[in-house]
Design a protein around this ligand. Structure first.
Ligand SMILES: [Zn+2]
Length: 78
């Protein structure tokens, strides 16, 4: 029994062409942030790291991570 349903791995996500993730507060306080997923190993599941996040807004532990299909544009315009 786990409050975090098993999700795809970061490797599978990268195979889909997704390079970043959206991290939502698991407690619905409305906080959301983006992260680059390059630093996470291929065999790690999104759901494996969800319990490790602590919300910077409400201070509670637990997040929901989703593939970011539309990352914000960064760096030089193009
Ligand atoms: Zn929160």
């Amino acid at each position: 029994m786990t409050p975090y349903p098993q999700k795809i791995t970061f490797g599978e996500m990268r195979e889909m062409g997704v390079r970043g993730v959206l991290i939502y507060c698991g407690h619905r306080c409305g906080h959301r942030t983006e992260a680059n997923a390059d630093g996470w190993p291929d065999d790690l599941r999104l759901s494996d790291v969800e319990p490790k996040f602590v919300c910077t807004k409400c201070g509670r532990r637990g997040a929901e991570i989703r593939p970011n299909h539309n990352p914000a544009k960064m760096g030089t315009g193009g």
